[in-house]
Design a protein around this ligand. Structure first.
Ligand SMILES: [Zn+2]
Length: 344
């Protein structure tokens, strides 16, 4: 079968690899849609590594085509999405529900095979622990490929408790920034400000619910935030959806006392900072972060998309057959697209 395989730093190719064969304790999923994430791009560009010969991809959905004899909860033809974390289910974090923090965690598409392939065989633990989740009929495979990113934004905004009365600044209007806009709006945030260097993305942000947009390449970021937020007393919650360390000091100046800043995006080796910590102390700020999501938040993402009130289809700008995955990765890395899907 065809699959997008990581070989060594910066070396990714579309290969023919052996198809998985039937096993008693797991299932085989025919992948119907997979989305490219910023993490895949970093691996593709050689900015981060993965396990040798691993199949990339952790945002995908598909159809069950084989069921092991010991598996009772699935049937051939079931439509499913995959919570892309392998956890032991028994460490303290797992027992508290935080399988994204499992001490023996492995991530699909980085440590173990992911979904950029024609077929995907989950580890038996994933089937047993409920990491393969059935889809309601009204969620398409393509929308379901976006459940994982939506679940991570649910984690992000639940941590910051974004809701009515909050004035939220979202830094970055890539796919993750835009999902933050949609969900902040959905949760009732009073004002949403978005910054990005690409005007086209700022237009989309406005369409999706942003009240104010800022292009720091063309205007003074700090002054514009201050100007926009004068009428409502300033920004109290900030999410960094791009890993740009240099902006954090400015955010500490802009944000209201008792505000919260979340580092949603990770960064490369240059993601370091020499912050004036007094700014955090004298304003009683909370600086935090989230990474991935819990299985419960993934289920909430399914409910959210199924409700019909959260249209992620607007974010899907391109689709490629799996064999053209390298073209898809190139397109996405040039910021010319939002969500790019691979259709095996
Ligand atoms: Zn665990």
């Amino acid at each position: 079968m065809k699959a997008v395989v990581f070989h060594s730093l910066g070396n990714v190719s579309v290969d023919d690899i052996p198809s998985p064969s039937s096993l008693n304790d797991t299932i085989i999923i025919r992948v119907r849609a997979a989305a490219i994430c910023a993490t895949d791009i970093r691996i593709f560009k050689g900015e981060r590594s993965a396990k040798e010969n691993v199949v990339l991809g952790h945002e995908f959905s598909g159809e069950v085509v084989d069921v092991g004899s010991n598996v009772k909860d699935f049937n051939i033809g079931d439509r499913v999405a995959v919570y892309p974390i392998l956890a032991d289910g028994k460490c303290d974090f797992c027992l508290k529900g935080f399988r994204n923090r499992c001490v023996s965690r492995k991530t699909l598409g980085i440590d173990v095979n992911g979904g950029f392939s024609e077929l995907f065989q989950p580890y038996p633990e994933m089937v047993k622990l409920g990491h393969i989740m059935k889809l309601p009929d009204n969620i398409s495979f393509e929308e379901a490929a976006l459940l994982e990113p939506v679940s991570t934004v649910i984690n992000s905004l639940e941590k910051l408790q974004v809701g009515l009365g909050d004035n939220v600044l979202i830094v970055g209007a890539g796919p993750m920034g835009l999902i933050h806009v949609m969900l902040a709006k959905f949760r009732g945030a009073s004002n949403i400000l978005v910054s990005d260097y690409v005007d086209e993305r700022l237009y989309v942000a406005k369409e999706l619910g942003a009240n104010y947009t800022i292009n720091p390449g063309q205007e003074d970021f700090v002054e514009r935030v201050k100007e926009f937020s004068k009428s409502f007393g300033g920004v109290n919650k900030v999410i960094l959806t791009v890993g740009v360390a240099g902006i954090v000091e400015q955010l500490l100046d802009i944000i209201q006392p008792q505000g919260m800043i979340s580092l949603f995006a990770g960064g490369g080796k240059t993601f370091t900072s020499n912050l004036d910590l007094n700014k955090i102390h004298y304003k009683e700020l909370i600086v935090t972060a989230t990474q991935n999501a819990t299985p419960e938040q993934f289920k909430k993402a399914i409910q959210l998309l199924s409700s019909g009130n959260f249209n992620v289809k607007k974010l899907i700008t391109h689709k490629f057959p799996l064999e053209d995955a390298l073209d898809a990765l190139n397109l996405r890395s040039e910021l010319k697209a939002l969500k790019v899907l691979l259709i095996p």
